[in-house]
Design a protein around this ligand. Sequence first.
Ligand SMILES: NC(=O)c1ccc[n+]([C@@H]2O[C@H](COP(=O)([O-])OP(=O)(O)OC[C@H]3O[C@@H](n4cnc5c(N)ncnc54)[C@H](OP(=O)(O)O)[C@@H]3O)[C@@H](O)[C@H]2O)c1
Length: 321
Amino acid sequence: MKAVRLSEHGGPEVLSVEEVDRPEPGGHELLVEVEAAGVNPVDTYFRDGSYEPVGLPFTPGVDVAGTVAEVGEFVEGFDEGDRVYGTGIGGGAAQGAYAEFATVPEDRLVHLPEGVDATEAGGAGVAACTSWRALVDHAGLDPAEWCLVHGGSGGVGHAAVQLGASVGARVITTAAPEYHDAVRDLGADVVLDYGRDDLADAVLEASNGGVDAVLDHRLDDYLQFDADVAAPDATVVGIGENEPDPGFSNDGVARSKDVGYKFMSMFNTPGLRVPLGGVAHLMDAGDISIEVARTYDLEEAPEAQRAVMEDSFLGKLVVVP
Ligand SMILES: NC(=O)c1ccc[n+]([C@@H]2O[C@H](COP(=O)([O-])OP(=O)(O)OC[C@H]3O[C@@H](n4cnc5c(N)ncnc54)[C@H](OP(=O)(O)O)[C@@H]3O)[C@@H](O)[C@H]2O)c1
């Protein structure tokens, strides 16, 4: 089979397509014929060696959607030919999904409803499960609460906007002006340009004094901002940053409002099948749709990984083997 591999860490150019043996599923794994594999920033961190160590040669791709080709000896509840999607695969010694086939642990996959497009589902895993873990598990977002999603046109952001709306929360999001209409159509109640000088005032005004939950993917830009726009007892969930040294200019603002901060990795989710199943239901019901901005074949994986870090797009980039 064909698989994208890297044999040394480096830039996108270290990725190339190779002919490799089709993998055998372990006892608690399934072999999936890959129809789509989402492209995520974390794929590039595995590639450049800045995330946890991986065994080389390594195939990237933590998200997958496709069809079960073989079922491991101890796996129950899946049959050959079932449509599935999953996330949290690849990393360490395990290979990822930028390939024609991938082995996937049974606890990182769920069935894909007939009505849900495989390309869309291939882009759903990290984006939607991170949103679920952040807003549902950590922030405990309730109907009518105010939720701020920074960067609502991005992979995680556009899923979080839809998830927030689907639980009945009131969603404020930020985006570049070209995406405002699209992000409003996804369910945001208020869309603000992240470049505004008066962004904090605009968030406070829109939320009548402060938001109950924040999803922040740029903590080095927004750690203090989050405290400034938080309502009393709000929860700020941090999922990322550009520089690893975010800091407060006045942490007293956070203390004065008992703001809770939770920094998370989707990979630590206990029971990934819960958010995967929930998101599958919401995709089937039409409450979450993954916007696929561009697709790439395996040979274009270097360009896909360049684009996910450097380009602006709405939603997700997806590799389609
Ligand atoms: N901890 C976890 O479990 C976890 C899980 C998933 C992702 N992450 C991290 O979260 C980050 C986002 O991931 P992603 O897949 O959503 O990436 P993405 O699809 O590239 O989205 C990033 C978004 O940030 C927006 N943005 C740029 N400048 C901004 C600003 N000043 N304020 C607010 N938004 C701004 C971009 O908008 P433009 O297009 O207008 O530039 C883009 O929509 C990455 O750092 C990733 O590693 C962490």
